[in-house]
Design a protein around this ligand. Sequence first.
Ligand SMILES: *[C@@H]1O[C@H](CO)[C@@H](O)[C@H](O)[C@H]1NC(C)=O
Ligand SMILES: *[C@@H]1O[C@H](CO)[C@@H](O)[C@H](O)[C@H]1NC(C)=O
Ligand SMILES: *[C@@H]1O[C@H](CO)[C@@H](O)[C@H](O)[C@H]1NC(C)=O
Ligand SMILES: *[C@@H]1O[C@H](CO)[C@@H](O)[C@H](O)[C@H]1NC(C)=O
Length: 420
Amino acid sequence: MGSVSLKIGDGTARFRRATVCSSAVNILMILSVVTTNLFALYSFSSSPKHPHTHLHLLHKNFSLISEQVSLILREIDMSQKELAQIERDLLGYESLDLSRPNIANELKLFLRPHQLPLGRDSKTGITQMVSSVAHSCDKSSDLLSQYMTYNLFQRCPDDWSMAQKLILKGCEPLPRRRCFAKTISKVGLLHPFPNSLWEAPLNSTVNWSGLSCKSFECLKDRKLSRDCIACFDLINGYENHRFLKSKSKNDFLVDDVLALGSGGIRIGLDVGGGSGSFAAVMAQRNVTVVTSTLNLDAPFSEFIAARGLFPLFLSLDHRFPFYDNVFDLVRARSSLDGGARPEKLEFFMFDIDRVLRAGGLFWLDNFCCSDEEKKRELTRLIERFGYKNLKWVVGEKPDSLGSGNTQIVLSAVLQKPVRV
Ligand SMILES: *[C@@H]1O[C@H](CO)[C@@H](O)[C@H](O)[C@H]1NC(C)=O
Ligand SMILES: *[C@@H]1O[C@H](CO)[C@@H](O)[C@H](O)[C@H]1NC(C)=O
Ligand SMILES: *[C@@H]1O[C@H](CO)[C@@H](O)[C@H](O)[C@H]1NC(C)=O
Ligand SMILES: *[C@@H]1O[C@H](CO)[C@@H](O)[C@H](O)[C@H]1NC(C)=O
């Protein structure tokens, strides 16, 4: 008796962290098991009231009770498993089950924990190194296994778009692989810095496989997103005037914003920064900016890199891979309004707040809200961060993607307070 297993989940250790909910379930279960055991103990100790009872009868009653108890315990165990399943269903996640059939062996190898060669590390207390993939990878485990199926030490399959698809499904970070990613020779093809900032990269610096366009000419007048209207055209059009000449009162000029930073702006993060022109303008002002981007329908990463700038291949849902308080400036131009869930936007704003240093600037550049209510929500949220309002302009303009709708856009420069 008492052989109830209280273990929840049977996935890899990496994903076994119980959530608050399942911890509560656990505690409840432990309590009921303890109560049941106490009750059983009480039955045992209080039953021999008549000292003359035959031993075998007593034994019989013992096994009867014991049977009852284990029945109850089995019941509890089952309802506990059911509860855990309900919780997993609610969250939409199982833990990654590597024992399932069709899981690529490379994935198992990558995720296998490695004992530290010298045993427990006295500083951190860890005893093993664990590699990780996102728990959401489980929802796309077939695709992930396909991604992890390749020939060792050979060229990787031409599957960058599959990798990006996985990322967009929340499978971020992806596992590492032991194959060679496709390469293209850029020797002698890249323009020297700083000319590279505004010279169109050569077609041949990009492997166009898997993209609908096969040259930068083709990308030139594409409206790829609200942040990228013809943003691959560095010569004609607006891209080379952005941040220097404004088209509307919501377009702040980069020098005005820098002046608000009173000379203390040296490094910045551009969230969803299109083809990197903000980083280019800033580079000309000796400010180093990292541009986060994915390769949605176009080689954004290659393009930014060819300009001599730093592309960060990361979805907007991922925690920024930077330590707290490091950036002097964060610019976000995004249509991210979190849909129906305000929490999504809150997580995003808190992460921006985290990486920005006190006194640093948060530039919301044409941050758009689908309607007035969304704008009010955003405003209320910003107020709660206690930033100093250096510039604040709300405007209305037609959707740049040409949907025919008007959009409410907020442009603001806010200064992060020192919180003590
Ligand atoms: C065993 O159980 C029976 C009824 O199930 C009861 O009459 C009897 O007193 C019990 N004996 C002991 C020793 O508890
Ligand atoms: C682009 O990548 C694919 C897949 O790796 C490869 O087959 C092709 O030869 C590459 N193209 C160029 C121009 O290198
Ligand atoms: C890129 O390719 C397009 C179409 O193939 C061509 O018209 C253009 O001249 C090329 N540009 C450069 C810079 O190589
Ligand atoms: C950038 O730095 C260089 C080298 O220190 C300097 O000559 C130049 O004036 C600086 N440019 C600006 C815009 O501050």
